[in-house]
Design a protein around this ligand. Structure first.
Ligand code: TRP
Length: 459
C-alpha cells in the first residue's frame, strides 16, 4: 500500500473513470461506426450491449482491482491465480497498441483546434491533405503524448482527478448546445431519422460485432484499465452505483454526439459512411455557418475540449503499461512513464503514415478472401478493439464466476452497496456474467474471426 495513491473522493473516482471512458470513442468513433453500420440499428445493438453485457463486466473489473489493490498485470496473481496473469498482460499489450493509434487521432483533433482558431474552416474539405502532412500531424501527436506522459508521471490523484472534474461538464454543455443548433438547421430531420429509426434489413454479423467492439472500447473495458483504476479506489465506496453512473455518462455522451452529428451530416449532404474522416469533414462547415466570431469561438472550444476528453482517455491507457512496470518490475514511476511513452510513439508511426502518406501502410493488409486492402489503423482496430477487447471481457466473466467465484465477487460488490446482495440487480449481474457473457461473446468471437479474417460465413 505504501506508494499507492488513492482517489481523494468518490467523485474523484467517478470523474476519472468516466474521463477514461469518455473520449474519442464517443465523439469521433461512435458516430462514424453508426454511419458505417447503417444508422439506428447500430445504435440499438450498441445500447443493448452496453447495459446487458458491459455494465456487469465493468463493475467486475473495478471489483477485481479494488480487491487486489494491484494493476491489471499483477491483480490476478495477487488474488492467488497466477495462471490468469496472462489476461492482465494481454490487456497491457492491447492498451499499448490502442494508445499507439489513439494518440495519432488525438493529434488530428488538436491540429483541427489550431486550424479552426486560425479561422481555417476549409480544413473540413482538406482532411486527406491534412493527414498526409505527416510532419505536422506527427508533431501534434508527439505533443499530445508528451502531455499525457507529464500528467501520468505526476501520479494518479493530482493529475487525473483535477482534469476530469472541471472539463467533463463543460464538454457536455457544448455538445448540448450543438445539438440544439443542429435541430434548427434545414434537413436536420433526415439526420435524426437516420439516427433513430432502425432499418432492420441492414442487420448482419458485421454490424453486431462492430457494435460490440464499440461498446467495449467506449467503456474502456476488456483490458483491465478499470482493474487498475479500481485498485486506487477506497474500500466502502459503492462500486455498483459508481459503475452505473459511469456507464450512463459514457453512453449518454455518445448518444448526444450522434444526435449532434447526423443532422449536421445531412444538412451538408455529406456521406454518413465516410469512416474515420466523418467528424473532421462535418464539423468545420458547421462552425463556419455560425459566422467567423462564433465559429472560431465554439469550434475552437469544441476541438479543445475534445482534445481534453481524449487526454483523460490516453491517461488511462498509458497507466496500463506504467502500472505494469511499477508493480511488476519495480521501476520508478518516472522511468516507467517515459519508456512506455517512447515505445507507444514508435508503435504509432505506422498509423501516422497509413492515412495516405505511405502506400504500404495505407494498403497494409488484405484479409483472406476479400479484395480491398485495409490501412494499418483499421487493421489494429479490427484486431485489438473488435476482437481482443470482447475476448478480454469474455475471459474476465469466466474468471469472475468460475475461478474467483461469484461469492467473492458479490461480497466485493456489496462492500459499499448495502442492499446489493440478494437484490434483483445482483441476480441480473450474475446471470449476465454466467450465461450471457460467455455465450454471446464466445459465439460472436468465433463467428467473427472466421468471417472477418478467413471469409468463412456460418450465419
Ligand atoms: N474509452 C475511451 C474512448 O472512448 C478509450 C479508452 C481509454 C479505452 N481507455 C481504454 C478503450 C481502455 C479500451 C480500454 O475514447
Amino acid at each position: 500500500m505504501a506508494n499507492r495513491g488513492h482517489f481523494s473522493s468518490k467523485f474523484g473516482f467517478i470523474a476519472a473513470a468516466a474521463g477514461s471512458a469518455v473520449g474519442l470513442g464517443n465523439i469521433w468513433k461512435f458516430p462514424f461506426e453508426v454511419g458505417q453500420g447503417g444508422g439506428a440499428l447500430f445504435l440499438i445493438i450498441y445500447l443493448i450491449f452496453c447495459f446487458v453485457l458491459c455494465y456487469p463486466i465493468l463493475i467486475t473489473e473495478i471489483s477485481i482491482g479494488r480487491k487486489s489493490e494491484k494493476s491489471a498485470a499483477v491483480a490476478f496473481d495477487q488474488l492467488g491465480y497466477k495462471k490468469w496473469t496472462f489476461l492482465g498482460k494481454l490487456g497491457v499489450l492491447c492498451g499499448v497498441m490502442i494508445l499507439s493509434f489513439y494518440n495519432v487521432v488525438a493529434g488530428w483533433v488538436f491540429g483541427y483546434f489550431v486550424e479552426i482558431v486560425k479561422g481555417n474552416f476549409d480544413i473540413g474539405n482538406e482532411f486527406g491533405a491534412f493527414t498526409t502532412n505527416i510532419w505536422r500531424t506527427g508533431i501534434y501527436s508527439i505533443a499530445f503524448l508528451v502531455f499525457t506522459t507529464i500528467i501520468v508521471s505526476q501520479g494518479i490523484t493530482k493529475g487525473i482527478e483535477k482534469a476530469s472534474k472541471i472539463l467533463m461538464p463543460v464538454l457536455i454543455g457544448i455538445i448540448l448546445l450543438l445539438v440544439f443548433y443542429a435541430f434548427t438547421l434545414p434537413n436536420s430531420g433526415a439526420g435524426v431519422e437516420y439516427y433513430l429509426v432502425p432499418d432492420f434489413s441492414k442487420l448482419s454479423l458485421q454490424v453486431v460485432y462492430k457494435a460490440l467492439g464499440q461498446s467495449f472500447f467506449s467503456l474502456s473495458l476488456g483490458l483491465g484499465a478499470l482493474i487498475t483504476y479500481g485498485s486506487y479506489l477506497e474500500r466502502h465506496e459503492n462500486i455498483v452505483f459508481s459503475g452505473a453512473l459511469i456507464t450512463l455518462a459514457d453512453v449518454g455522451i455518445a448518444f448526444l454526439a450522434g444526435l449532434m452529428i447526423f443532422p449536421f451530416v445531412f444538412y451538408q449532404g455529406i456521406d454518413p459512411e465516410g469512416g474515420a474522416a466523418l467528424i473532421f469533414q462535418t464539423m468545420p462547415g458547421i462552425f463556419e455557418s455560425m459566422g467567423s466570431f462564433w465559429g472560431i469561438f465554439i469550434g475552437g472550444l469544441f476541438f479543445l475540449l475534445l482534445s481534453f476528453a481524449a487526454l483523460t482517455s490516453t491517461i488511462s491507457l498509458l497507466e496500463l503499461p506504467v502500472a505494469y512496470f511499477v508493480d511488476q518490475k519495480k521501476w520508478k514511476r518516472k522511468r516507467a512513464v517515459w519508456v512506455s511513452g517512447l515505445i507507444i510513439f514508435l508503435l504509432g508511426v505506422p498509423s501516422l503514415l497509413g492515412n495516405g502518406y505511405s502506400a504500404f501502410f495505407t494498403e497494409f493488409i488484405t484479409y483472406f478472401g476479400t479484395d480491398s486492402p485495409r490501412d494499418y489503423m483499421t487493421f489494429i482496430g479490427d484486431v485489438f478493439i473488435d476482437t481482443l477487447l470482447p475476448l478480454g471481457g469474455f475471459l474476465t466473466a469466466i474468471f469472475a464466476i468460475h475461478v474467483w467465484k461469484k461469492g467473492n465477487l458479490v461480497s466485493e460488490l456489496s462492500d459499499g452497496a448495502d442492499n446489493f446482495a440478494g437484490s434483483w440487480l445482483n441476480t441480473y449481474i450474475i446471470f449476465s456474467l454466467k450465461y450471457i457473457a460467455p455465450v454471446i461473446l464466445g459465439a460472436i468471437f468465433i463467428f467473427t474471426v472466421l468471417e472477418k479474417f478467413f471469409s468463412i460465413s456460418i450465419l
